[in-house]
Every structure is written in C-alpha cells, then in structure tokens.
Ligand binder design. Structure first.
Ligand code: ATP
Ligand code: MG
Length: 341
C-alpha cells in the first residue's frame, strides 16, 4: 500500500493513532496523536516521538514477538495529566499504536469511590451513637428514668439525621436524573419566596435572625418546577440562618427581569444575602461539590450534610439558570440565582 493511502486511512481514525514502519520511523500519524505527542511526527525515529520508556519497550516486544501489547501512557500538557490506554499491535511489517483516553473513566471511578466513602462515613457516625445509647439503655441506664429520656432524645436526633441524609441522597439522584428534562410549568416567584420564608420563620426565630423579603418585582412568572425551586430557596435561606445568623438579618430580594449576557436572554435574579461570617474565597468554587463543608464539625452540629448546594446546583442547571456565590470574610455572603424567563 502506498504511503499516501496509509496516511489517509490513519487520518480517518477518530482517536489518536500512530504507525511505525519496519525502519523504526513514524510512517503515519493522525491529527489527534499530534495533540499528545506534538506535531511533525512522520519520518521521525519512534524513540524520539514516543519517549516514555514503558511504551518504547512495548513497541520492541510487539515487534520481536509479533504480539499485541497494552501499556499506560501519561500525557502531561501542563495543568493536568491525561491517562491513555495504548494498544500496540503488529500490522504487517508495521506497528500500529492506538491511544484511548481513560481520564474521564478513571475520574468517574474515583468520584464513585469517594461518594461511597462519604456516604458510609456520614451514616457511621449517627449509627455508632445509636448503638452506644442502645447498649447503655439496656445496661447501666435501664432503671434511670431521667437518663432514659435524655438518651431517647439524642437517639431521635441521630435517627432524624440519617433520615435527612437519605432524603437528600434520593433527592440528589432524582434531580440528576431529571436534569435534561426542562420544567414545563410556570411559577410565581414572589409567592414562592414568601411561602418559603414563612416556612422557615420558626427556625429563623430560634437562631435570632429576621428574614426580610424585598420584592423589587412582583408578577414574575418563570418556567420552573415549583417543588424544586422551593428546595433551592429553602436551602439558601436555611444556610443563611445556619451560617450567617451572627449578622442578625437575611435579605431575600427578587429583581425584575433584565437581559443576561451569560444566559443569552432575559432572566430574573433572586439574591439571598446574609451579614454573617462569610466564606473564605478558596472554598467558594467547591461549595457545590457533594458533601463539601467549610467547617465539617460545625456544619454537622447544625445538622448539615453538605448536599444542599449540590442539589441547588443541579436544580438550577435543569432550569438553565446560573448560581453565583459571593462572599467576604466578616462581611457576609450573597448568593444569586438567575432564572431565564
Ligand atoms: P445541607 O444543606 O445538606 O443540610 P449544608 O448546609 O452543610 O448541609 P450546603 O448547603 O451544601 O450544605 O453548604 C455547604 C457549606 O457551605 C456549608 O457547610 C457551610 O460551610 C457553607 N455555607 C453555605 N452557605 C453559607 C453562608 N450563607 N454563610 C457561610 N457559610 C455558608
Ligand atoms: Mg445547606
């Protein structure tokens, strides 16, 4: 086969491919492999093109043993390593190398493992507490009515915690599942916000905070899933109550629709702002990760699982909106939700 013909076949491969001839020089290489190994590969000795020892050795073996070899290749393009699974196969007198990007699969695997570890850890803490109290109630505290009442109270608290965690997990998976289905109903945002605030009044009063609703627009109807938007604003106001109570006041503001460049259309903005302790800037980008909490211990004490903002993020994605978090230590936190109309 002519070199031109071979080059056109290699070019047709969607993934990165490189062909090494019997003279140990690169005979053909497609565009995708250029991204990994650099440009102008054809004609070069394969050692200078491939460089990594493991892969050079495997090419040698494939050639002498006329057998397929599998190796891992790590591409380093500055910021981040990319992992490839490379199949090295004899093809006539040539050796064909095909690269398969494994990074996404490996990352997904890692995320799954982290997720399972996090869930197990979150469940183990209340379970350990429950088992401890059950043992005490069966033994030392069996006839102590006062201790029994107190322990039962704590046990109920821990059991509620587990229920909330499981509810949040189910809610997260449901939201993720529906993420590509756009909401069809229209929601009256002003009414929805005031009902959310009403529902949280007892919690706010306990924390000594007032929640102020500032409607700079009424009659804003946005396409949305009412139940999910209640979840969004409940979590945001609740976060304000839990972590921003020291500021004394939380403002929930609904702004009228304006053109939003990022969303390429008109959108309304809801701001939930507190004057509490704020969040250090390096945490902000990570707040929407599952289980991410600024202060694990403190958040757990106020009953947080760190899933709230992850759920919020998915719901807003489903609505094709945007979430923006601004915060300054000591000044407070301002969370904005933009919803396209
Ligand atoms: P959950 O919402 O599942 O009950 P949570 O409130 O801890 O738990 P998120 O709502 O995802 O979880 O918030 C993540 C973390 O972000 C919180 O643990 C807290 O550390 C921080 N945070 C969120 N909102 C604020 C705020 N208004 N002020 C200061 N810190 C905040
Ligand atoms: Mg929360």
């Amino acid at each position: 086969m002519s070199d031109e013909k071979i080059a056109s076949i290699i070019d047709a491969f969607p993934g990165p491919v490189i062909l090494i001839g019997p003279d140990e020089r690169v005979r053909a290489a497609n565009e995708a492999i250029g991204v990994i190994l650099g440009p102008n590969l054809v004609g070069r000795h394969f050692i200078t093109a491939l460089r990594q020892p493991a892969i050079l050795e495997a090419v040698g073996e494939a050639r002498t043993m006329r057998a397929r070899r599998l190796v891992r290749y790590t591409g380093r393009d500055g910021a981040k390593d990319t992992h490839y699974r490379v199949v090295i196969a004899p093809a006539g007198d040539d050796i064909l190398l095909t690269f398969e990007d494994q990074t996404a699969a490996e990352e997904a695997g890692q995320m799954r493992r982290d997720f399972v570890a996090n869930v197990s850890h979150e469940l183990r803490t209340p379970l350990t507490a429950l088992l401890g109290f059950i043992e005490t109630l069966g033994g030392a505290a069996r006839d102590d009515a006062a201790a029994r009442d107190r322990f039962l109270g704590i046990m109920a608290h821990e059991a509620n915690r587990m229920t909330r965690l499981v509810d949040d997990l189910l809610s997260l998976s449901r939201v993720e599942e529906e993420e590509r289905i756009r909401p069809r109903q229209y929601v009256d945002l002003a009414a929805l916000l005031s009902s959310v605030i009403k529902g949280l009044e007892p919690q706010a009063a306990d924390a000594g905070v007032t929640v102020v609703l500032d409607l700079m627009a009424s009659d804003e109807m946005v396409p949305g899933d009412a139940g999910q938007l209640v979840q969004v604003f409940t979590n945001l106001v609740e976060n304000g109550i839990k972590y921003g109570a020291s500021g004394g006041e939380i403002v929930v503001r609904l702004l009228p629709r304006v053109m939003n460049m990022r969303l390429r259309g008109e959108a309304v903005q809801v701001i939930v702002a507190d004057k509490g302790e704020g969040i250090a800037s390096h945490h902000i980008a990570r707040l929407t990760e599952r289980f991410y909490r600024v202060d694990n211990h403190r958040s757990r004490e106020v009953g947080g699982t760190g899933l709230g903002l992850a759920i919020v993020k998915h719901i807003i994605n489903r609505h094709r909106g945007r979430l923006e978090i601004r915060s300054e230590l000591g000044q407070g936190t301002e969370v904005s939700v933009f919803l396209p109309v």
